[in-house]
Design a protein around this ligand. Structure first.
Ligand SMILES: Cc1ncc(COP(=O)(O)O)c(C=O)c1O
Length: 354
């Protein structure tokens, strides 16, 4: 039976990427050696790293604009710390849109002062705050483009008078944005880019070198840039699979092409949530995420029936995050429209049955 994988991350990857990566594990580029047993300093792997770095910049439209791409380790959670270590001198402004923003704020506070420019905490993070101002004398402004857990997404970004840092872990490469608005973007690979194990950091070089503290080498963006993202042994498999996924996206027509599919998938699921009286959406309509649709059953007594029907239809990974419950359909780039249609079919079947 075909499994429809709505997992929130790690999550579905393109079949052809899985196939090519499994081949590379057995025999990388007909070398007779596995990708996993060659030196990361060997030319074949250095080429992989360079290709992955330049594809990331190309797809985001940031080539030749003073940006560098790095594939680092430690997940997006390590970036919460690295951003502050490298950029925070006195005070930074953070937009609090949920669990991940909170975690970023908590880590930055270890180093210096953090001010929440706005928060949607009082409403259980079901919307994106708007109309806030960003103080000009702060070191940087930090936001989270897509709130994976609560299912909200920033549809527009402020014109920040100070460097803008964005955690794009759960919607990078999914929609067209003017990426030059951002001075630092980071994203764990395990949603729209590849397997867990590497984090993409795209950084405008000229924002670095402005803090007075000593930064440990492995935490220093400048060190990673100077070493072409090879300061220490990189996560070779995760970088390789990310490179393949970026190639897959480029061959599809890049971000403009995938954005159309993503918009279609979101339209299909949200119209069912709105039309079917058995379900209600979690987030306010204008801020709904095209990546993670969060919803609940109006009557929890139907949960067992609905869960059984989902299982029978091969729908997997639909449980809401452990902190909020309910359901969450994660519809990352590699999830086909057909999977969303299969889910919607089960939802409307439940209506007929109930
Ligand atoms: C928006 C966002 N930021 C940060 C993280 C944490 O990422 P990691 O587990 O790679 O540290 C996640 C994980 O799901 C996320 O969705």
């Amino acid at each position: 039976m075909k499994i429809h994988n709505f997992s929130a991350g790690p999550c579905i990857l393109p079949q052809e990427v899985l196939l090519k990566s499994s081949e590379a594990v057995m025999d990388f580029n007909n070398s007779g050696l596995s990708l996993l047993e060659i030196s990361h300093r060997s030319k074949p792997f250095v080429d992989v790293m360079e290709n992955a770095r330049s594809l990331a910049l190309e797809l985001l439209g940031l080539e030749g604009k003073g940006y560098k791409a790095l594939f680092l380790q430690g997940g997006a959670s390590t970036q919460f710390l690295m951003v502050a270590l490298n950029l925070l001198e006195k005070r930074a402004g953070y937009l609090n849109t949920g669990t991940w923003s909170n975690n970023a704020i908590k880590e930055a506070r270890i180093y210096d002062d953090v001010y929440e420019v706005a928060s949607s905490k009082e409403a259980g993070y079901n919307y994106i705050p708007k109309g806030y101002s960003i103080p000009e004398d702060y070191d940087y402004f930090h936001c989270t483009s897509n709130n994976t857990i609560f299912g909200t997404q920033m549809k527009s970004f402020p014109d920040s008078p100070i460097p803008m840092v964005c955690d794009m872990s759960s919607d990078i490469f999914s929609r067209q944005l003017d990426f030059t608005k951002f001075d630092l973007i980071y994203a764990g690979a395990q949603k729209n880019m590849g397997p867990a194990g590497t984090t993409l950091v795209v950084i405008k070089e000229d924002i670095l070198g402005k803090v007075s503290r000593k930064i440990p080498s492995v935490m220093d963006y400048k060190v990673h840039i100077d070493k072409s993202s090879m300061f220490n042994t990189p996560p070779v498999f995760a970088v390789y699979v990310s490179m393949l996924t970026l190639e897959w996206l480029k061959n599809l027509g890049g971000i403009p092409a995938i954005e159309k599919v993503n918009e279609m998938k979101a339209r299909v699921i949200y119209s069912e949530i709105d039309l079917n009286p058995l379900f209600k959406g979690y987030s306010v309509k204008e801020d709904r995420s095209n990546m993670n649709a969060t919803f609940n059953l109006v009557n929890d007594d139907l949960k067992e029936t609905f869960d059984t029907m989902l299982k029978e239809a091969g729908i997997s990974g639909l449980n809401g995050h452990r902190s909020v419950g309910g359901y969450r359909a994660s519809m990352y780039n590699a999830l086909p429209l057909d999977s969303v249609k299969a889910l919607v079919e089960v939802m409307s079947e439940l209506e007929t049955k109930a």
